[in-house]
Design a protein around this ligand. Structure first.
Ligand SMILES: Cc1ncc(COP(=O)(O)O)c(C=O)c1O
Ligand SMILES: [Zn+2]
Length: 432
């Protein structure tokens, strides 16, 4: 075996063929720890480059191309892959100029099979469930996780169960989860309470939990970094910037970069900047106290995907920040929706939480933290079709407390050429 489960706090080891998320000795979060000596002898830039463009499973997946660094011992026939990943790295001059950096790439994880980066984690988690012989998997979700879990469970022949809050659900995501055949349960509680409930229910019924507390999910999400570095010809950028909610992604990025650096796949460690919404900013508050204090907050933000007040991966995210000499910033809903409008109007498009990446880069440049000549990879985490009400309301000036600084209003016309002509003579496409 080339991997073990290891407690990040006390270092205790456990075998990987167990259904566990935290250390039995101290309660610390677990990592999947791979045999680095074996990896050093096995993987290289050329090793992964040879698999590029593969037509065959599992290496046609942008997760399993890096199988040795994700879940090396799993038999290929157990892998549940759509196949995910292979997402584009966009570079748009107008956004680079707006952000104020030398080079800005946006890696679009919304262009995964179910519309978010969660698919990269889910292929890892559902594959592990199959390796354990477990038949039921569950998660609490603000939206994207549920759609991803439902799809991967169905595809892998497992039963999926999703806990939703019963207010402000992303309708498209609820529809996806139901369509893919998961058991959907609406609960009168917020995400933070639902995640407690799903863990308790999981323990009681022997159901495997696939929220980002699951260490195999994070192994899959590491591939966002592997793939981005490979797309950059293994030349690491100065910064990786991403939104932070439950902090699984940023934790996975830290581990991925640390491992790649240790294995010589990249020559330097980029710094991670985690951007939180001002109304859901427990990591930012803790960062301000140099991580001496941590207090959950009551979360409120237009960016529903990161409306999380008590992130389960807090400690792993702090570790990622320390490893990479990273930083934390917050942006308010106005900044989020304006940045989203700019990303959207280039034709790339993303859901609100993703826009934290662009808004955060501009803010950090203004503060002098990111230097104008530096290269930045921002992560767009979800698809433009998530939270469409927020998009339509923004452009029509109906989003409470938010001014549409980059509007594209919807016109109403009579069914006549005169009425249409009046509109077309005045109307301007917002594209620069
Ligand atoms: C689109 C999107 N962005 C960001 C996040 C937050 O990611 P994390 O919980 O890994 O911090 C989520 C999580 O639900 C999401 O769906
Ligand atoms: Zn421990």
């Amino acid at each position: 075996m080339h991997s073990i489960l290891q407690c990040m706090d006390c270092g205790q080891h456990y075998p990987v063929d167990r259904m566990m998320y935290t250390c039995e000795h101290c309660g610390g979060l677990l990592d999947v720890q791979h045999d680095m000596d074996w990896l050093r002898k096995t993987v290289s830039r050329e090793f992964f480059d040879k698999r590029l463009g593969s037509l065959d499973a599992p290496y046609n997946s942008g997760v399993w191309r890096y199988k040795e660094m994700v879940y090396p011992d799993v038999p290929d026939e157990l892998i549940v892959s759509r196949p995910e990943g292979n997402t584009p790295l966009y570079s748009q001059p107008s956004l680079t100029a707006w952000a104020g950096v030398g080079k800005l790439y946006l890696k679009h994880e919304g262009e995964n099979p179910t519309g978010s980066f969660k698919d990269r984690g889910m292929t890892g988690g559902v594959t592990h469930a199959r390796a354990l012989g477990i038949k039921r998997v569950a998660c609490a979700s603000t939206g994207n996780t549920s759609a991803s879990l439902a799809a991967y469970a169905a595809f892998g022949g497992l039963n999926g169960i999703v806990f939703f809050q019963n207010k402000q659900i992303a309708l498209g995501k609820l529809a996806q989860a139901i369509a893919y055949g998961a058991i959907g349960i609406q609960i009168n509680a917020d995400f933070d309470r639902n995640i407690q409930l799903v863990r308790e229910v999981g323990e009681k019924f022997g159901i495997y939990i696939l929220n980002s507390i699951n260490p195999f999910r994070l192994e899959g999400q590491k591939s966002i970094m592997f793939e981005a570095m490979q797309q950059l010809r293994w030349k690491a950028p100065d910064w990786i910037v991403c939104p932070g909610g439950n902090l699984g992604n940023s934790s996975a990025f830290g581990k991925a970069l640390y491992e790649m650096h240790a294995l010589g796949l990249i020559d330097k460690l980029p710094s991670i900047a985690i951007i939180q919404a001002e109304g859901a900013n427990p990591l930012y508050r803790s960062y301000e106290s140099h991580f001496e204090h941590f207090e959950p907050v009551h979360a409120e933000t237009v960016a529903t995907a990161i409306k999380i007040g008590n992130p389960v991966n807090f400690k792993k995210a702090v570790r990622a920040l320390r490893w990479t000499e990273g930083t934390v910033e917050q942006v308010d809903d106005q900044e989020i929706m304006d940045a989203k409008a700019l990303i959207d109007r280039t034709g790339i498009g993303c859901e609100p939480a993703s826009a934290c990446s662009l808004a955060g880069v501009q803010k950090l440049v203004k503060q002098g933290v990111i230097k104008p000549h530096e290269t930045v990879v921002g992560i767009l985490t979800g698809h433009v079709l998530k939270d469409p009400e927020a998009t339509i309301d923004y452009h029509n000036g109906k989003l409470e407390g938010i001014v549409a600084n980059y509007p594209n209003r919807l016109y109403q016309s009579e069914p006549t050429i005169e009425s249409l002509s009046r509109i077309l003579e005045q109307a301007q496409s917002p594209v620069q």
